[in-house]
Design a binder for this molecule. Structure first.
Ligand code: GTP
Ligand code: MG
Length: 249
C-alpha cells in the first residue's frame, strides 16, 4: 500500500500524460503575508492549470498579495468567502472551484526554499500507480509523532509508515476527495482516511526541508483535539472501533 517514491523527471510519455490531465492547486490562506509571496512565486513556476487561493478573512496583506499575483498570471484565482473557519473549510471551498481531475494541496506557510513541489506530488499520480501522494519531509510535529502515528498504527497499520500523515501538502485524484466530508478544522486525518477507505493507493515523496514554524501550546492543543475528534468520527463510520479496541488488549 505504502511506497516511498522518488521524483521522476518528465519523459516524452509523461509529457503526453500531463497534457491529458488537468491539474488544480488549492492553497488555503489565512494571514500568511510573510510567506505567501514565496509560495505563489514557486507555484507560478510550476506546471499547473489553475491555482486557487482560498481565503476566508485574512486581516493582513494576504489578499492584496494574491490579487497582485493574479493580475500577472491568469491561472491564479482568488476566492474569498465568509462562513466556517478553519483550513478544512478553506480546502473545501477551494475544491468547489477546482476543475482539475488531479488536485494538489499546499499550505501557504511553507516558505520559498522548496522547488517544484507540485510536480513532485502529482507526477506519481500521472504515472498511474498512485491515487494520493503525500509529501514527506523531516520536521517532527508533536501532534504527528505523539498522536496521529500511534493511533494509525493501532487502527490503520498500513498507514502507520507514512512520515507526515497530517501534512497539508499532497496530490490526489479528484474522485478520491469527498468535499462534503471534509471537516472544518485540521482536516487532514479525515481526508487521508476517507481516501484510504475508498481504496486509494497512497504513496509519499520526499520534497525537502520545510521552514520551521512553531505554534503556541494552546493552538497545538486545539489542533490535537480536532485531529482526535475527526479520527474517532471515522472509526465509528468505518465500524473500526470494536476491532481496534480488541487489538489494543
Ligand atoms: N482560508 C483559511 N485558511 C486557513 C485557515 N486556517 C488555516 N489556514 C491556512 O491553511 C494552511 C494550513 O494551516 P496551518 O495553520 O499552517 O496548519 P498546519 O500546517 O497543520 O499547522 P502548523 O504545523 O502549526 O503550521 C495555511 O496555509 C493557513 O494559512 C482558515 O481558517 N481559513
Ligand atoms: Mg503550517
Amino acid at each position: 500500500m505504502l511506497k516511498h517514491i522518488q521524483f521522476v523527471n518528465f519523459s516524452m510519455d509523461r509529457r503526453k500524460l500531463r497534457k491529458s490531465n488537468k491539474i488544480s492547486l488549492v492553497l488555503p490562506v489565512l494571514n500568511e503575508a510573510r510567506t505567501l509571496p514565496a509560495v505563489l512565486e514557486m507555484v507560478s513556476h510550476s506546471d499547473l492549470d489553475e491555482i486557487i487561493v482560498s481565503d476566508n478573512g485574512s486581516t493582513d496583506n494576504s489578499i492584496k498579495i494574491a490579487m497582485k499575483f493574479a493580475q500577472k498570471d491568469n491561472r491564479i484565482k482568488v476566492t474569498m468567502w465568509s462562513g466556517e473557519q478553519g483550513s478544512g473549510a478553506a480546502r473545501r471551498n477551494g475544491i468547489k472551484h477546482a476543475k482539475g481531475n488531479v488536485l494538489v494541496f499546499l499550505d501557504a506557510d511553507i516558505g520559498g526554499s522548496l522547488k517544484k513541489v507540485p510536480e513532485k506530488l502529482y507526477t506519481p499520480i500521472l504515472g498511474g500507480k498512485f491515487d494520493m501522494v503525500m509529501a514527506s519531509f523531516n520536521n517532527e510535529g508533536r501532534i504527528t509523532e505523539l498522536m496521529a502515528k500511534p493511533l494509525l498504527s493501532i487502527f490503520f497499520p498500513k498507514l502507520a509508515g507514512l512520515k507526515q500523515p497530517l501534512s497539508g501538502l499532497f496530490a490526489i485524484k479528484h474522485e478520491f476527495v469527498f468535499p462534503e466530508k471534509i471537516d472544518d478544522g485540521n482536516a487532514m486525518i479525515g481526508i487521508l482516511l476517507d481516501a484510504y477507505n475508498h481504496g486509494a493507493r497512497i504513496g509519499e515523496v520526499e520534497i525537502g526541508q520545510l521552514e520551521h514554524c512553531s505554534r503556541d501550546m494552546s493552538m497545538k492543543r486545539q489542533r490535537a483535539e480536532q485531529t482526535g475528534r475527526y479520527f474517532m468520527k471515522r472509526l465509528f463510520e468505518f465500524n473500526k472501533l470494536d476491532k481496534g479496541l480488541k487489538l489494543m488488549n
